[in-house]
Design a protein around this ligand. Structure first.
Ligand code: NIG
Ligand code: FE
Length: 408
């Protein structure tokens, strides 16, 4: 076998295995190889195994001196493109005002929508690029980025275009999602807004290939499950994936709808009830946990432990956004999932790699396996568990995307 690059001296190579029978039900098998090596050709893994078993030829060899290697992380939920800040909200919340109260009064998400509308595409890109770089440095090789701060169809399409332009400026694989975030503040405008979403926004986003999935925020202060169903049906008719923000503050039927419609993922779940855990656990829909929100908003954490014990496939993301999760590290989201959601280190690794890829409908990311893009991390230390143990420093020593070192 011939390779462009052989990476040797790997103390431990740890990866989830297999694309999973149905997008990745429950926990996947973990492969742990001590004293491992990986071979790469044309940006793709071509061989993975014990260093002593390598018999091929490599143009270049790199010794990582007994450091651990894991797959590049996949961040399955971010809102990385926004303008303005939410420091005033943060202060108000510190003084006891609730997130939903601020939103209902026209602040919160609305203030970010106003600030984002006032920014040019170039300004949005220069704000978003360092955020993507921060996530990348923390280990993310694939990042989902949602629109949602546009509000009008034209502004949402402009945000999706900005996300696609951002994708061209980074080695990270960006997965764009159209987020139908908040309904108009006047209730008699909702029907017209829904029609514009279904008849103009989703068809145009699909036709211009600006999004691979559509997400809806289902909540008392946002869309109802019935409204979301109409939106998601439009998306499915055009072949787009669907996902939901649901059970964040209240149970208004979002999780049940997502599972019934075959959503890729149901995200948040902080207010999830035991009977809902059983519903998602019996389905191929991924339960995506966002512990940065629990920390920043002081919400109870989503029941990760119970979800996994019930058989649900769990993913973890940063939810990077200015209002509910200013968390600029994908690795830190995994570290928080261990503390706040009760995941083990192994479960967190799977949740931040293979299961997060499944939450985006990707079968070729989040694993170290011959034939897949060579996205991997050389961790700072020799024991891979430092990925979720370390707080405040970066456990990702080197980030490699498609066979190239992009951060160190
Ligand atoms: O995932 N809850 C809805 N949307 C985002 C927050 C957006 C914001 O506060 O700006 C979330 O938490
Ligand atoms: Fe979100």
């Amino acid at each position: 076998m011939k390779a462009d690059l052989l990476v040797t001296g790997i103390s431990q190579l740890v990866t989830a295995q297999g694309a999973g029978p149905k997008r990745g039900l429950a926990m996947r098998e973990l492969l742990i190889v001590e004293r491992a090596a990986i071979a790469i050709a044309k940006g793709v893994f071509v061989w993975v195994g014990s260093e002593a078993d390598w018999r091929g030829e490599a143009a270049t060899t790199i010794d990582v001196h007994r450091r651990a290697v894991i797959p590049g992380l996949v961040d399955p939920h971010t809102h990385a493109v926004w303008a303005g800040d939410r420091l005033a909200d943060f202060e108000a919340r510190s003084a006891g005002v609730g997130y939903e109260t601020i939103l209902a009064a026209g602040g919160g998400i609305w203030s970010t929508i106003r600030a984002t509308a006032a920014a040019s595409e170039e300004e949005l890109l220069s704000l978003a690029q360092p955020r993507i770089e921060a996530l990348q440095r923390s280990g993310a090789a694939v990042i989902e980025v949602k629109s949602g701060y546009g509000f009008t169809p034209a502004a949402e399409l402009a945000l999706l275009s900005a996300i696609c332009a951002l994708a061209k400026r980074t080695p990270v694989r960006i997965v764009p999602t159209l987020l139908i975030h908040v309904p108009p503040q006047q209730s008699n405008d909702r029907a017209a807004s829904l029609s514009a979403v279904c008849e103009k926004l989703i068809p145009e986003a699909s036709q211009r290939r600006l999004a691979s999935a559509v997400d809806v925020f289902i909540e008392r202060e946002a869309w109802s499950a019935a409204e979301a169903e109409r939106i998601l049906k439009c998306a499915q008719q055009l072949g787009l994936g669907i996902k939901l923000h649901c059970e964040q503050f209240h149970n208004v039927g979002g999780l049940e709808l997502g599972v019934r419609m075959g959503a890729l993922s149901v995200d948040h779940l902080e207010a999830c009830k035991p009977e809902q855990i059983a519903i998602v656990a019996a389905s191929p829909t991924i339960a995506t946990l966002l512990p940065g929100v629990s920390l920043h908003l002081g919400l109870p954490a989503a029941p990760g432990r119970t979800l996994i014990d019930a058989g649900a496939a769990v993913a973890v993301g940063t939810d990077l956004n200015p209002g509910s999760s200013p968390l600029f590290s994908t690795a830190a989201a995994l570290a928080l999932a261990v503390r706040l959601n009760g995941l083990t280190a192994q479960e967190a690794l799977v949740a931040g790699t293979a299961n997060a890829a499944s939450a985006l409908g990707l079968v070729d990311a989040g694993r170290i396996e011959a034939g897949l893009p060579a996205d991997f991390l050389v961790l700072a230390g020799s024991d891979w568990r430092e990925l979720v143990y370390i707080l405040g420093a970066n456990p990702a020593g080197e980030v490699w995307i498609r066979g190239k070192r992009v951060s160190r």
